[in-house]
Design a protein around this ligand. Structure first.
Ligand SMILES: COc1ccc(Cl)c(-c2nnc3c(C)nc4ccc(C(=O)NCC(C)C)cc4n23)c1
Ligand SMILES: [Mg+2]
Length: 344
């Protein structure tokens, strides 16, 4: 898929002219959804590469990086949640993590580059449905990938590979053969690590690593850390201020979950409670998700990267607010489980 030259020229100019940073842009808690998707997100994504020193370190050309980012943005569909703005937020969380901690103590240069590329590409061409739904609906992607698992994540990497193989868009073409292969292998591992089922399979090893201490010379520790960091970035909407987090959870994430549940009912299947708009109670589901996934994840992240402590503080504040909503709901007859005021 080629990017029309006129659009590219326009974007090239945009990237140069409109790169005035919003205040606190490099903060871990920056409210990323305030960025207007169309104009500024590409310029700000470009700035993240520049500010992390990746353009100088790897001698990226301005044109190729801009074309790459345009192609990635165009590679996303427009479901309620898994769209370009989600990818932008995931990339931004990694960028702000790199600004908060000395990431070179944990990752090589190539791994930092692979992480930022994978963040922006990790959900390419997402349809707003889960791996389980691909298999249940016998989708084309399930036919292609279900024997290996992580159906959507394998597709997201395949789409990434296509963009890097599109002339004029391959930002890593200037790497030498060894670095090119290492970078691509890392991008694939990182994108596959965004499957939450995979995260649940390796979290015990990550806990063990955090207990014994990170060993930079241990390649498996690098794999476990890259996986922990990308999952932390992928779920980072949950560690933003409650006002932003709760609206995205309700109006974007659960909107996708409920649409999938509607489609499952049409297939004659019974959706999980979280996907059933008639049964789901978001505050109590959030508390469960927090205790089952979010708290163990970010507690581990902070054990390994202590300067990012602020995200655990925000997560705990958000849990308290979800709990207060849940208690208030339980006191009300016929409360509406999906609509809630911001109790802050
Ligand atoms: C890292 O990968 C993903 C992929 C897709 C999504 Cl939507 C999310 C995600 N981001 N925020 C949320 C919130 C607030 N609630 C969620 C509740 C359940 C699940 C889910 O996938 N449950 C099945 C699993 C345990 C096997 C994901 C949820 N989630 C993360
Ligand atoms: Mg994903």
């Amino acid at each position: 898929m080629q990017v029309p030259q006129t659009e590219l020229d326009g974007a090239l100019q945009e990237v140069h002219i409109t790169c005035t940073l919003p205040p606190n842009f490099s903060s871990l808690l920056f409210p990323t959804y305030i960025v207007e998707e169309e104009s500024k997100s590409i310029s700000l994504a470009y700035h993240m590469f520049e500010d992390l020193g990746l353009i100088n370190r790897w001698q990226f050309s301005h044109q190729t990086l801009t074309r790459f980012l345009l192609m990635v943005k165009r590679g996303y569909r427009d479901p309620p949640y898994h769209n370009w703005m989600h990818a932008f937020c995931v990339g931004h969380f990694f960028y702000s993590l790199c600004k908060a901690v000395d990431i070179s103590k944990y990752m090589t240069d190539i791994e930092v580059l692979a992480m930022l590329i994978a963040c922006f590409c990790h959900d390419l061409d997402h349809r707003g449905t889960t791996n389980a739904f691909q298999v249940a609906s016998r989708s084309v992607l399930a036919c292609l990938y279900s024997s290996e698992g992580s159906v959507m994540e394998r597709h997201h990497f395949a789409q990434t590979f296509c963009i890097l193989n599109t002339s004029g868009c391959n930002i890593i073409e200037c790497l030498d053969t060894e670095n090119y292969k290492t970078c691509l292998d890392n991008i694939q591992k990182i994108i596959l690590a965004t499957d939450l089922a995979q995260h649940l399979r390796i979290i015990s090893q990550q806990k063990e690593m955090a207990a014994t201490g990170y060993d930079f010379n241990n390649p498996h520790h690098h794999f476990l850390l890259l996986s922990l960091v990308i999952t932390s970035c992928d779920l980072s909407i949950n560690v933003k201020m409650f006002e932003e987090s709760s609206v995205i959870v309700r109006d974007h994430i659960y909107s996708e979950f409920f649409s999938e549940g509607d489609m499952e009912k049409e297939l004659g299947r019974t959706p999980m409670q979280q996907n059933d708009r008639k049964k789901a109670c978001i505050p109590s589901l959030q508390i469960k998700f927090n205790d089952f996934i979010l708290a163990p994840l970010y507690t581990l992240l902070i054990k390994l990267l202590p300067p990012a402590q602020i995200v655990v503080d925000q997560l705990e504040e958000n849990r308290l607010i979800w709990e207060s909503i849940s208690i208030k709901h339980n006191q009300e007859e016929n409360h509406n489980c999906v609509k809630y005021d911001n109790y802050t």
